[in-house]
Design a protein. Structure first.
Lengths: 588, 358
């Protein structure tokens, strides 16, 4: 009886608190972050004043109505008060209807490749204003300039893309259906059964099956990735440079690549993959596998072979980490060959990544897939001390990287990166193990398949029935790619949105897309882009410069009224032109 | 009887409150951050601080709980952290798939499970009995993801090109789609519970096809459900078969069965009208429990066959720390489980008049 009363009392308290919260003012809804600074007001281009010639014309009452002049274009300009806010963009301005100028605080030779990334998609400014920049509303009716429009998105199952009747380029040759399945074995089964025409991320184990099947074709895709063994140099014994060097020598990278990676993958000889130029030093071999010498160095450094060292990783398949547990076990075994005791600690991604970022792990596996083909997407991300993951940054490396990032001349940049690559081997901030590639597979009946490191030419592929079905490894999170970071979302976005520049199919080269041309001033601090004219969004609206200013402005300015998105972080802008967004509150 | 049902329905309320409290607390106490899951390798402390502030995750747990419960009282289950969509919308999308899979799986499991159990009981200690029980043990022992892949491989690849080929994954064939019923019925302005119910019906491929007389859609949906329903129903079938055998054997030893036989009733009638009916109580209990657990989402089956059901979304939400989805789905799953148990309890009164009188 007592327990029953206590129970009922608990329920009453809960109900009372619910009612209290429901009736309290502001008792629900999303918490809106408070702005710390006044938002940057968009300024309009001023109207021209009357000229002397006009004033000199005699004024008469017109016998017939005269044609009125077309209204002047009201271009938007967004400008930061200075360059001290922590980012590299000073202003974005619509010079006129079809010209946009981006002014940078420092030169950025990678500007064109950065804006080719799907996160820099151009939206219809009026439509974004209509939906308040909300990614959920955008997903219900995405409006873009891309080759396709979304016909339907059956959540959890597929997205159907139909050709965009307003597309400015060559009309797609098919209806495109994007599906997903997390399991590689299930994707292969779908392909073999004819349920889909193509699949992503073929595992190394499935490669022989596909190659033996005449109805299927394997397409290796050369993307730039790396898997690294991260080392926190503040945690003993890894604060000792000799220990780090010895660990680098004790890992047989070639054996790992041969055993676990898809064809086309290579063992790392230096920090960046061979495809990164400037960056990769031709002919430089870096640290080679030498377990005997590694052991001698460890003994000389007083390394404690009796202690067990924890090596952490997350069981999460990525292009750079195709078989996490097996690779971790292989490295553990290799280190054990010279007497190093390694304990593997597998964690869930949601707990692993914050712990790594907070610098809690001494040894850990992580990796990277390239966003754009430039050395700044490698060296600047990992070696400038932006994260406590690796402990202390190395000033001699940081200084060189920051200098190279600002140079336009690739030859001069390469000289600096040659020095960095050598310093990297000497100081060992991390141990890069493999540069993995991926492979895709299609039915042999699919024609005209062209794959590049950053895209697939779905709109040009030809199938017998005019419908192309492709299975990737996850459902897109949203279609507001300015605020997404996952490849699954980007693949969908590429079908319905465009950027000013994009990557040619089958290549890492950029080409103009929505822009006719973008050119820089001699200092490299101002980029002026001229838009293609007569480009229409799928809702019939015309593309103009304000669309570019608004699309990028929402990413740039933390206080932009239309900055809502999905996560609200717009991380790619911060990664490429940051580290901070304009008006962004500092870390707590 | 009515009093019983009303009392049980009222008792659901504190059960759901308790589940909400427990789920809310546990999800937030478990380590990990939704920001890091969403941003991946790009996550930074600054980005995550702002992210947490946006979603109110920087507030204290009690404050978050009170705010959440206040929203629940207004019928607002919140939005998904992953894609900012209302939880009720996501539930309306996922639940029909799970219902369809569960109903088909349990139809398969109940029909064949009871049949095999009866055959086994009536041929006790014979070869048929042994084979049936060995089969039942195998069914219970086989991992569902292995069985699922095996079935998919056999019916999709081995039987490819034959009339027996079945699709190995997805809910519908490419090109098939569901008609939004709210749109064609002019009910787009509906809100609240009615809008939710219309969405539930609309998102059920089978109901949608029947209501729009698109029988090709119905057939396609059923075809896609055969393999997953068989895979997930096999375990239930085995359990039901064993329970049926055991329960029927108990009843067959009773005096009234002997009396019925002595009176000269046909053996078939004795089994169907006297023995089986009395043996049904524990069988119905098992069917109810199995149905309830399947309605909670057959995660492995949904993953293998790429079906957009409750289970796969729930697991995704747990791994992604999508707290509103975990909480909302927990309430739904609990409600469904409680309701299915209630139905089972109510069926006792129909099956056993003695229970009715009590």
């Amino acid at each position: 009886m007592k327990h029953k009363s206590f129970y009922m009392l608990g329920v009453l308290v809960l109900v009372f608190s619910m009612l209290l919260a429901a009736c309290a003012p502001g008792g629900g809804g999303e918490v809106v972050p408070t702005a710390t600074k006044a938002p940057v007001e968009p300024t309009k281009v001023p109207e021209p004043t009357a000229t002397k010639e006009m004033a000199a014309e005699p004024t008469k009452a017109p016998a017939e109505p005269t044609a009125t002049s077309a209204p002047l274009y009201e271009g938007i300009k967004l400008e930061a008060p200075d360059c001290e806010y922590g980012g590299n963009v000073k202003s974005i301005e619509a010079l006129d209807e079809f010209n946009v100028k981006v002014t940078l605080c420092n030169p950025d030779p990678a500007f064109l490749v950065k804006i080719a990334v799907p996160a820099f998609a151009i939206f219809d400014a009026d439509y974004i204003a209509e939906i308040g920049g909300d990614a959920a509303k955008l997903a219900d009716n995405p409006v873009g300039t891309g080759p396709y429009v979304v016909q339907e998105w059956v959540r959890g199952d597929h997205i159907t893309f139909a050709p965009n009747p307003n597309y400015w380029g060559e009309a797609p040759k098919n209806t495109f259906i994007l599906k997903w399945n997390k399991e590689a074995a299930a994707r292969l089964l779908d392909l073999q059964a004819g349920n889909v025409n193509g699949i992503v991320e073929v595992t190394a184990d499935d490669v022989p099956t596909i190659q033996a099947d005449p109805s299927l074709t394997l397409y290796p895709r050369l993307i730039n990735t790396f898997l690294y063994l991260g080392i926190n140099n503040t945690k003993p014994p890894f604060d000792n440079q000799v220990v780090r060097q010895a660990f680098a020598m004790a890992v047989d990278k070639q054996r790992i690549v041969d055993d676990f990676y898809a064809p086309g993958s290579v063992a790392a000889t230096q920090f960046v993959p061979p495809g990164v130029k400037p960056g990769f030093t031709d002919g430089y071999q870096g640290t080679t596998y030498d377990p005997v010498k590694a052991k001698q160095m460890l003994e000389g450094a007083g390394f404690d072979f009796n202690q067990e060292y924890v090596l952490s990783y997350a069981e999460r398949t990525r292009p750079y980490f195709p078989q996490p547990t097996k690779i971790a076990q292989a490295v553990q075994a290799q280190l054990a060959e010279i007497g190093i005791k390694i304990k593997l600690e597998m964690e869930e991604w949601a707990t692993y990544l914050p712990a790594v970022r907070a610098g809690e792990k001494a040894l850990f596996f992580l990796g990277w897939s390239e966003d754009y083909p430039d050395a700044t997407n490698w060296y600047d991300v990992f070696l400038t001390g932006s994260s406590p993951s690796f402990g202390n940054a190395f000033p001699e490396i940081v200084e060189r990287i920051q200098k190279a990032a600002r140079l336009a001349d690739p030859v001069e940049r390469q000289k600096i990166y040659d020095e960095v690559n050598k310093l990297y081997d000497e100081l060992v901030p991390t141990i890069v193990i493999a540069h993995g590639t991926t492979a895709l597979a299609f039915q042999a009946s699919v024609k005209n398949v062209v794959l590049g490191p950053y895209n697939e030419n779905f709109q040009q592929m030809e199938t017998e029935n005019g419908t192309l079905v492709y299975s990737q490894d996850g459902e897109p999170v949203s279609l507001y790619c300015s605020d997404e970071t996952d490849g699954s979302s980007f693949r969908a976005c590429l079908q319905i949105f465009d950027t000013l520049y994009n990557f040619k199919f089958g290549s890492a080269e950029t080409q103009p897309a929505l822009a006719e041309k973008c050119s820089a001033n001699t200092e490299g601090t101002e980029w002026t882009c001229t838009l293609k004219q007569d480009v229409k969004f799928s809702n019939g609206a015309s593309l103009d410069a304000n669309d570019v200013v608004t699309s990028w402005g929402t990413m740039w300015d933390y206080n932009h009224p239309l900055r809502k998105g999905n996560t609200g972080v717009f991380q790619y802008w911060k990664d490429f032109f940051g580290p901070s967004a304009l008006n962004e509150p500092p870390a707590q | 009887m009515l009093q019983f049902l009303v009392r049980r329905l009222l008792l659901m309320f504190p059960v759901l409150m308790g589940i909400l409290l427990v789920t809310f607390t546990i999800t937030r106490l478990v380590k990990g951050s939704p920001c890091y899951v969403m941003l991946g390798e790009r996550a930074t402390q600054q980005a995550c601080d702002n992210f947490n502030q946006r979603y109110g995750l920087d507030k204290s747990l009690p404050e978050q709980f009170v705010r959440y419960m206040g929203n629940i009282a207004q019928g607002d289950f919140g939005i998904s952290i992953k894609d900012r969509r209302p939880i009720t919308t996501i539930i309306a999308e996922r639940l029909p798939m799970t219902f369809e899979l569960t109903i088909l799986a349990m139809l398969f499991a109940s029909t064949f499970g009871v049949l095999l159990g009866v055959i086994s009981a009536l041929n006790r200690n014979s070869l048929i009995d042994s084979l049936t029980m060995v089969g039942a043990n195998m069914g219970v022992s086989m991992p569902v993801f292995w069985l699922g892949l095996l079935l998919a491989y056999f019916f999709a690849l081995v039987l490819k090109g034959t009339p027996f080929q079945l699709p190995p994954s997805s809910r519908l064939s490419a090109g098939m789609s569901l008609v939004p019923l709210a749109k064609i019925w002019g009910l787009e302005d509906l809100s609240g519970v009615r809008a939710f119910l219309v969405a539930l019906i609309s998102n059920s491929a089978i109901l949608n096809g029947i209501l729009t007389r698109n029988f090709e859609l119905v057939f396609d949906a059923l075809k896609h459900l055969i393999l997953p329903a068989t895979a997930v129903g096999t375990i239930s079938l085995s359990v039901i078969a064993r329970m049926t055998r055991s329960s029927l054997l108990d009843v067959l030893d009773q005096d009234y069965i002997r009396a019925a036989r002595a009176k000269g009733l046909p053996y078939r009638r004795v089994i169907s009208h006297h023995a089986l009916r009395n043996a049904l109580i524990p069988i119905v209990t098992i069917i109810g429990i199995q149905t309830g657990s399947l309605l909670g989402g057959a995660v492995l089956t949904e993953t293998i066959f790429s079906l957009p059901g409750v289970g796969s979304r729930m697991v995704e939400a747990i791994l992604g720390r999508d707290y509103p989805v975990v909480q909302g789905f927990s309430v739904v799953i609990a409600s469904v489980f409680v309701l299915s148990n209630l139905l089972v309890d109510a069926s006792y009164a129909y099956l056993d008049p003695r229970i009715r009188l009590k």
